[in-house]
Design a protein around this ligand. Structure first.
Ligand SMILES: Cc1cc2nc3c(=O)[nH]c(=O)nc-3n(C[C@H](O)[C@H](O)[C@H](O)COP(=O)(O)O)c2cc1C
Ligand code: SF4
Ligand code: SF4
Length: 403
């Protein structure tokens, strides 16, 4: 993957392989006392000179929240830096930076943290008592002037737990309502409702980061956490299967000019431009369904095909091969008493079937009539698009960290 214009974030300039995914249970237990002995300051006088906020953001909500907090820290004379989490592909591994406080800000996906973020947290350098905070943005909405909260579930506390196990002293955790961006599911919020939610969120982040910077501990979101634990199977299903399926619903309508903006700006490096003449985007399994391509395409060409989804669903669960595989799995499972074989066979079949049928459909979709058929049978074609109103695509590339 090429560096799409952002400078490398200093904390991640070094390199090691996947073996560096580790947790540090011992230092988790001692992190707070280490922090105190390292800094030599009392909790009430806590001051951080350097802050690094790692953010993942599809449509700019989490970026905006991270930027507000970085600005707030700067106003308090702290050196604050924003770094975007992008896909880790170059064999490089984070190494310890010079920051005193680490922030992780990212969207909630299916009541938990996106895989890109979980992987990034696992690859971070040891905390060695340094402090950290976690903010998971979530789907705020407003219906008939009544604001409704999203549900971050396990998103924030899962990442906080990973940081804790790596030896960070976790000082603050919260969910934050920002306008819902799940455009493959529903239309984007109008500008009045978006602004309303964003202004509330700005006030919320200010009080949160002020408290963290003043050395207080702020832990919110225990009720969403309980719901998140109950909904754990949904989150797990999404992480293992759902996100692969969602990425295969994307296609570009006929209005696509082949400009490649979506491919250059995808944080997961998941879009390949293919075909001569007027190339078209092809969505790979690396897609995190963050909605950036959909929210920022200048031609509003990116669709999440609902009719395409129905076709792919039937192909992926096609009765004949599916039941043949089930029978085969049963046979093998009873022979070697290993029931997971059945699940593995079905899972592999579903992924292969999705991949092959999407490949075929992505070629068929080049035929104008077929493209029109899919375009006009997808609800997203009629949906309003959303991205955080003050965030331009170039803003994301302030500095990249490989997730
Ligand atoms: C695939 C997907 C799944 C989502 N799942 C949830 C969810 O479970 N709970 C929630 O409150 N918001 C959910 N959202 C909404 C986003 O978390 C929310 O709008 C967030 O602020 C987007 O931030 P971003 O623009 O930085 O990506 C989901 C969004 C997407 C695209
Ligand atoms: S989908 Fe949009 S951003 Fe991507 S190549 Fe087509 S016009 Fe450009
Ligand atoms: S392909 Fe689109 S939705 Fe998927 S990760 Fe990239 S920008 Fe996000």
């Amino acid at each position: 993957m090429t560096d799409r214009g952002g400078r490398a974030c200093p904390v991640l300039a070094g390199g090691r392989g996947a073996s560096a995914i580790y947790v540090d249970i011992a230092s988790a237990f001692t992190s707070w006392s280490m922090a105190r002995s390292m800094t030599g300051i009392r909790e009430s006088d806590m001051r951080y000179d350097s802050i690094e906020i790692h953010f993942m953001s599809g449509t700019g909500n989490s970026f905006r929240a991270a930027a507000w907090m970085a600005e707030r820290a700067k106003e308090r004379d702290a050196d604050s830096r924003l770094c975007q989490i992008v896909k880790f592909t170059e064999g490089k591994e984070p190494r310890a930076g010079s920051f005193e406080l680490l922030g992780m800000v990212f969207p909630t996906h299916a009541f938990t943290a996106p895989w890109l973020v979980i992987r990034h947290a696992l690859r971070l350098p040891r905390g060695r008592g340094r402090h950290a905070f976690v903010v998971a943005t979530r789907a705020g909405t407003r219906i008939a002037s009544i604001p409704l909260p999203g549900l971050e579930g396990t998103a924030a506390y899962l990442v906080a737990l990973i940081l804790l196990l790596k030896g960070y002293g976790v000082r603050g955790v919260r969910g934050l309502d920002m306008p819902s961006n799940w455009m493959s599911l529903h239309w984007g919020l109008n500008s009045i409702n978006s602004r309303f939610i964003i202004e509330r969120a700005k006030a919320g982040t200010a009080s949160f980061i002020d408290a963290v910077l003043e050395g207080k501990r702020v832990f919110r979101g225990f009720i969403p956490l309980v719901f998140g634990l109950i909904l754990g199977p949904v989150s797990l299903g999404y992480l293992v299967v759902g996100r692969f399926f969602l990425s295969k619903l994307f296609f570009a309508s006929e209005t696509c000019t082949g400009c490649g903006l979506c491919a250059r700006n995808c944080p997961a490096g998941a879009i390949r431009m293919s075909g001569g003449g007027k190339p078209r985007p092809y969505w790979t399994f690396s897609c995190e369904s963050c909605m950036r391509c959909m929210g920022y395409c200048p031609e509003k060409s990116v669709e999440a095909g609902h009719s395409l989804g129905i076709i792919l669903y039937f192909i992926a669960t096609l009765p004949v091969p599916y039941y043949l595989l089930s029978a085969l799995g049963d046979g093998i499972a009873s022979g070697i008493s290993f029931p997971l074989v059945l699940f593995a066979l079905k899972y592999v079949y579903i992924l292969v079937a999705l991949f092959l049928s999407y490949l075929l459909l992505s070629w068929l979709i080049r035929i104008p009539l077929i493209n029109r058929l899919f375009t006009f049978t997808t609800l997203t074609h009629f949906y309003r698009r959303y991205h955080e109103p003050d965030t331009a695509l170039r803003d994301f590339w302030v500095g990249n960290v490989k997730g």
